[in-house]
Design a protein around this ligand. Structure first.
Ligand code: ZN
Length: 563
């Protein structure tokens, strides 16, 4: 007893302090309730998970989540994709085992790089949640198998400025999250999924400089949410659609890769998916299922022009938020499964496409052409869309009222997604630009296109385009009055001064170079007003010759490279 008293008295203060500590409610507890695993050293939860799928992450939530992952694993590193217009550092996660400190390290091993992009439209948020969950689940797994062969880049919050404008009034038709989502546009009021050709946003410029040109991913996945026609598939998808890209890539993705992913997604992950589209006529779904446009201003189409794989992921906005997040998560897993088991095959496909592209530019034949007009036709095989029976009520003097019933119905129907060249123009040996225009030069370099400069004057026979008609769209679109032109081609002998820009087509990005520079291209620099000041002479209304000339046959010239 005496011993106990002797022990207790000197320790009284310490024991009392322990009691006080135990009885005082800790501020940490309330945080732990919001995010039960955050303080226990276990894997962090996304805002979607911890809010029971009623909320989506804000920028700081994303950054905190990433920081927590970095604390827990050496397999992740963070780079900055860009600084947004409103000043936010847009994170790019680099995940690998070991995580490469730069792409140069990858020259020593055989790992391939994949890139997952989410939240490009910041009202379409499940990709952001799913890609964060995916990053966590890969790196904190005991055996992250994917990382034996793959380095995974993730941009979970590509449009950070749009994300921070979260409001429950945005995208009202979408089923959750109840506490709101961000907006479609970035901090400059630009739609980032229309900016791939003109590259006017820090986000797209960052994508080029810090992802595509730096890491050269074999595949880009761009995560979105779609509304439109009613159906049962939480996940819809597309391959690159533009036929000016190498056809082997389109065919491989359309006929092999994505059908395999679709099958695996349903069998292994119990998630339904279907190629992206809408019913041509919702009153009569039997008429067919139609995809979106072929323009490379869309990121997924643009990547095809660069001879790389891309998948457009469009999650279905009438599915609830939790279903969409898990649908997207499972889709990303299935894509990783496929790339893991087909890495060598994909690399071989891309290598062959690239070699073919370069060789064609060395000596283009008369059959080599660049398409300036397209038509879209049904693919050979029909697809099955799990939709609903539709109820059509005629209304006098206006369109009939179309409503979906609750009765499910599968429609096996034509899929209108085969873009076919309707009119082509000769594919040249090179483009010559006799303009000291820094903006045009910069744009080509931003895309990673090889540009050279004549160091001696030369006279060449070239094909030129005499403009007859220039029509600017009366309605502004993405800050532009887009041009369309009419005219005629003619051959001329022309002197080109020292300093003339020379863009050879014997390079990996020649399909893209042609798309930017051809006079009749439907998504090129002429369309996006980069050549406006050169189209009409001073003091005249008559259009003049389009400044970019086409050199159809190979000629040896003295040049230096432009950087
Ligand atoms: Zn979208």
């Amino acid at each position: 007893m005496e011993q106990l008293r002797r022990y207790l008295i000197p320790h009284f203060v310490f024991i009392a302090l322990i009691f006080i500590f135990l009885l005082t409610p800790l501020p940490l507890l309330s945080k732990a309730e919001q995010n039960p695993q955050a303080t226990t050293g276990q894997s962090p939860l996304t805002v979607a998970e911890s809010s029971n799928f009623t909320s989506t992450s804000r920028y700081t939530d994303v950054m905190n989540f990433i920081e927590e992952l970095q604390k827990q694993s050496p397999l992740i590193r963070v780079e900055t994709l860009c600084i947004s217009a409103e000043g936010r550092a847009v994170p790019l996660l680099v995940i690998g085992k070991p995580v490469p400190s730069s792409p140069l390290e990858l020259s020593r091993d055989r790992r391939a790089v994949l890139y997952i992009e989410a939240n490009i439209h910041a009202g379409e948020v499940e990709g952001k949640e799913a890609s964060l969950m995916l990053a966590r689940d890969i790196i904190l797994k005991e055996k992250p198998t994917y990382l034996d062969k793959l380095v995974i880049l993730v941009a979970p919050i590509f449009n950070a400025d749009g994300n921070e404008k979260i409001s429950p009034t945005n995208r009202r038709g979408q089923v959750g999250p109840e506490n709101g989502v961000g907006v479609r546009y970035n901090g400059q009021n630009l739609d980032l999924n229309r900016d791939s050709m003109k590259l006017e946003s820090p986000e797209l410029q960052g994508l080029l400089r810090n992802v595509l040109m730096r890491w050269d991913p074999i595949l880009l996945v761009d995560c979105h949410t779609t509304d439109g026609s009613y159906h049962e598939h939480p996940v819809t998808y597309s391959w690159p659609l533009n036929p000016n890209g190498d056809s082997s890539i389109i065919i491989y993705m359309r006929d092999k890769m994505l059908p395999a992913i679709n099958k695996n997604l349903e069998e292994k992950y119990k998630t339904l998916s279907v190629p992206y589209g809408n019913f041509v006529d919702s009153r009569e779904p039997e008429k067919g299922w139609e995809t979106f446009e072929h323009y490379p201003r869309y990121v997924s189409n643009y990547i095809g022009l660069r001879n790389r794989l891309s998948i457009l992921d469009e999650n279905y906005s009438y599915a609830d938020f939790k279903t969409r997040v898990y649908g997207c998560y499972n889709f990303l897993l299935t894509i990783l499964d496929y790339c893991y088991s087909h890495k060598d095959e994909i690399e071989q496909l891309l290598y062959t496409a690239e070699q073919k592209t370069i060789l064609r530019g060395l000596n283009p034949s008369p059959e080599d052409s660049f398409s300036v007009e397209f038509e879209v036709k049904p693919l050979k095989d029909k697809i099955t869309v799990r939709g609903y029976e539709m109820e059509v009520t005629p209304r006098e003097g206006t369109w009939p009222l179309v409503k979906r019933t609750d009765k499910k119905k599968a429609y096996t129907i034509p899929y209108i997604a085969d873009f076919i060249p309707k009119r082509g123009v000769p594919f040249p040996f090179a483009y010559l630009i006799p303009l000291p225009d820094p903006e045009v030069t910069e744009k080509l370099l931003q895309h990673g296109i090889r540009v050279e400069r004549l160091t001696k004057p030369v006279t060449l026979e070239v094909q030129s385009f005499r403009l007859k008609e220039i029509t600017a769209e009366p309605r502004l679109f993405q800050g532009h009055r887009m041009n369309s032109v009419k005219g005629e081609y003619f051959t001329e002998q022309k002197e080109f001064k020292e300093g003339t820009l020379f863009v050879p087509t014997a390079q990996p990005l020649s399909n893209l170079a042609a798309y930017l520079l051809e006079p009749e291209s439907d998504d090129g620099l002429l369309v996006w007003n980069f050549f406006d000041r050169y189209l009409v002479p001073q003091w005249s209304r008559e259009p003049q010759t389009y400044p970019v000339r086409k050199l159809l046959k190979p000629v040896n010239l003295v040049k230096e490279s432009v950087r």
